[in-house]
Design a protein around this ligand. Structure first.
Ligand SMILES: [Zn+2]
Length: 131
């Protein structure tokens, strides 16, 4: 039972990805976790590495543990890359353009499509709402 301390003048910077508590600027703890459902909006080098925010080091550790237990599926990561490229290009990409935009080859794109058909996403928490 955590008490909420709202409206005490602290600038809120975010919400703990674990417990959803609002976090003040000097309390936020940041970390990175491996997450195959995550494609970075602008930097493909950071695909699969989700930045998480926590209210305490304990919750950061819990978050890291949760993601450690979550399977890292490369098809899921490819799917996330395709999704990002499609959204950036308003879903009007030929296969060739998709290859160029994602850095994947056609086999990988096919594998990602099969993965999407065969599996439903495990869970969609961690604040990753889709538009
Ligand atoms: Zn927390």
């Amino acid at each position: 039972m955590d008490g909420f301390s709202v409206g005490q003048g602290a600038a809120l910077t975010g919400v703990c990805d674990l417990c959803r508590t609002n976090i003040a600027a000097d309390q936020a703890v940041y970390g990175q976790v491996r997450d195959s459902s995550f494609a970075h909006p602008t930097d493909p080098q950071k695909d699969g590495m989700r930045r998480v925010t926590a209210c305490s080091v304990d919750h950061l550790a819990d978050l890291q543990q949760l993601y450690r237990e979550r399977p890292f599926v490369k098809e899921e990561l490819w799917e996330a890359k395709i999704d990002r490229a499609m959204q950036q290009h308003h879903f009007r990409l030929s296969n060739e353009q998709l290859v160029e935009a994602t850095g994947l080859n056609l086999l990988q794109i096919e594998a990602a499509a099969r993965w999407r058909l065969g599996f439903s996403p495990p869970e969609s928490d961690a604040g990753g709402e889709r538009a």
